[in-house]
Design a binder for this molecule. Structure first.
Ligand SMILES: [Zn+2]
Length: 411
């Protein structure tokens, strides 16, 4: 157990106070395909300069300062209380200094609720060309115009201070969980050095700073990384290097190493990159508070719509299927979204086949509404003290789709 940090500076935290309102501790409850383990789900409230975020919570991803195909009104209607924007993308285009001159990211994208910007590390290792990562940073060629760029922990802090999100994240060096142990360890050690440099470089007093745990799926590395990052003066703890190519069982085991070590730690826990309802629920059970992923929006644009599962149905409709061209029903009977309240499956199936732009907006509105409503149902069960009993229902509703089965490509 890591003692609650206290004393010096930021953690605790004055910048982003986090309150655990309820927990659902319970003896072993058998997850499907996962060995019996305790339920560590918790209900929380994260107070940020632009508003309060209730947890467990999902953050839609606005890669280029927009959640693809949606405007801020669509996001509010879908129930979003915080969005994520990508540091790497905004650094390359249109440039953090330009956004700063234009009044910061909130004003630039017309979103006045909380924003988190990610570290940039994931895109550097997954998108950029000809990257060379050394002790002090990463040199790479922009995937947009081929220009040579360099991102260091210090510059990643300057970029995020200029953008002005409520939460910034320290630059890390992620690797896929399946990489050799020596490679995972090397990237983890570099992430630790960069975490210290990020803390030293970060100056904005009105902005929270989260650090990232790495260590792949190796229990010993995960433990070392958890102890190292948790001992630093961050406002929140990100768990990186998962939601990649590991299995759900490997992910649950990694979280079973990390979360008990954070027991009693007053800071929020954010698992980066997880996005299918089934994966989100199991990570909540493991004790995670915050999530982000491009997955619900990406699969929506591909015609895959989340719907409640019932234990038999998998929880997904593929609107590319010709059978839907004659289906007058809404995608989901009781869904309050723009798509389901006004249009039929047949109409969306037609729009997708005709590659009409409205298809992307309607489908994305639905999948984000479903995802954010699902998180609200989880919170309601935690608030009512009925989460363990509600798990069977929530698991059926989530369906059986794991993100790895749908997409693992970078944003
Ligand atoms: Zn809907």
């Amino acid at each position: 157990m890591v003692p609650a940090t206290s004393g010096s500076g930021r953690s605790g935290s004055a910048v982003a106070p986090f309150t655990v309102l309820a927990t659902a501790d319970g003896p072993g409850i058998r997850a499907r395909g996962v060995r019996a383990r305790g339920v560590r789900a918790r209900l929380g409230r994260l107070e940020l300069p632009h508003g309060v975020v209730e947890t467990p919570q999902f953050m839609p991803v606005g890669t280029n300062a927009t959640v693809k195909a949606l405007d801020p009104g669509d996001l509010e209607a879908a129930g979003a209380s915080i969005v994520l924007a990508n540091t790497y993308h905004l650094f390359l285009r249109p440039g953090h200094e330009r956004i700063e001159r234009l009044g910061g990211l909130h004003r630039f994208m017309g979103w006045d609720r909380p924003i988190l910007t990610d570290s940039g590390g994931f895109q550097v290792v997954s998108l950029a060309d000809a990257r060379v990562i050394d002790a002090d940073g990463a040199t790479f060629r922009s995937h947009i115009d081929g220009s040579e760029r360099r991102l260091t922990p210090e510059l990643a802090m300057r970029v995020q201070e200029a953008l002005g999100p409520d939460i910034a994240v320290a630059l890390d060096h992620p690797v896929y969980p399946s990489r050799p142990r020596a490679e995972v360890e090397d990237a983890m050690e570099r992430t630790h050095r960069w975490a210290e440099k990020s803390l030293a470089a970060h100056e904005r007093p009105d902005q929270a700073l989260f650090g990232i745990i790495q260590g792949g799926i190796d229990p010993e590395l995960r433990e070392r990384s958890t102890r190292f990052i948790a001992a630093l003066d961050f406002d929140g703890i990100c768990i990186g290097g998962l939601a990649g190519d590991e299995t759900p069982v490997q992910r649950a085991r990694a979280l079973d190493v990390v979360v008990p070590l954070l027991d009693g730690d007053p800071r929020p826990r954010y698992l980066m990159g997880l996005g299918s309802p089934a994966d989100l629920l199991e990570a909540v059970v493991s004790g995670i508070d915050l999530f982000d992923s491009v997955l619900p929006a990406r699969v929506a644009r591909n015609g895959q719509l989340w719907v409640p599962g019932d234990g038999e149905e998998p929880g997904r409709l593929n609107l590319r299927n010709a059978a839907f061209l004659d289906d007058p029903r809404p995608v989901q009977e009781d869904c309050p979204c723009l798509l389901c309240t006004q249009f039929s499956r047949a109409y969306l199936a037609h729009l997708l086949r005709a590659r009409e732009l409205l298809a992307y907006r309607l489908a994305t509105c639905h999948n984000l509404t479903f995802t954010l409503d699902f998180m609200a149902r989880i919170r309601a069960a935690l608030r009512a003290g009925t989460f363990p009993e509600s798990l069977a229902f929530l698991r059926a509703r989530a369906g059986r789709i794991s993100g790895g089965a749908v997409a693992v490509e970078p944003a």
